[in-house]
Write a protein that binds this ligand. Structure first.
Ligand code: C2G
Length: 128
């Protein structure tokens, strides 16, 4: 079984997120998502509209997603790759190069980010 790992906030889930998750899942047989918890969002200078438990519930309902784990800090990725026996780390290319250090532990793939949609754009358009 080829295991894939990615991370994100996944607030106000939109088709750009789903497109990433679908492609990530297609890289293997099992997709794990490290979901940024509310505290780590603050560390990332992100304020999510939905709290962690709500974002987790939504992600777990997606057929491409097999497991959701909490992302609580920047430093957990290597340990997660080892703990969950991950073969492929994948994330959008807005992070291009940021996680190349994981190449010592697994394959690292940056997928093209989907243009024309973002959570902040949704918030601005809806004036949330
Ligand atoms: N994404 C995308 N296209 C968009 C928006 C997002 O492909 N239009 C991708 C991002 O590249 C990321 C994932 O969807 O791979 C989740 O995006 P965010 O929720 O914005 O996550 P981010 O803040 O990038 O968190 O430690 C890593 C961080 O937790 C990543």
């Amino acid at each position: 079984m080829k295991r894939v790992l990615t991370y994100g906030t996944y607030d106000l889930l939109h088709w750009g997120h789903v497109h990433l998750l679908k492609r990530a899942r297609e890289l293997g047989d099992y997709l794990i998502v490290g979901l940024s918890d509310d505290h780590f969002n603050k560390v990332k200078h992100k304020e999510s509209y939905n709290p962690y438990e709500a974002r987790k519930l939504v992600l777990e309902s997606i057929r491409f997603v097999d497991l959701v784990i909490p992302e609580t800090c920047w430093e957990q990725k290597k340990d997660d790759v080892i703990k969950y026996n991950v073969d492929v780390f994948v994330i959008g290319d807005d992070w291009q190069g940021e996680f190349d250090f994981l190449k010592d532990y697994c394959e690292v793939i940056y997928l093209q980010r989907t243009d024309g949609i973002s959570t902040s754009q949704i918030k601005n358009d809806l004036k949330i």
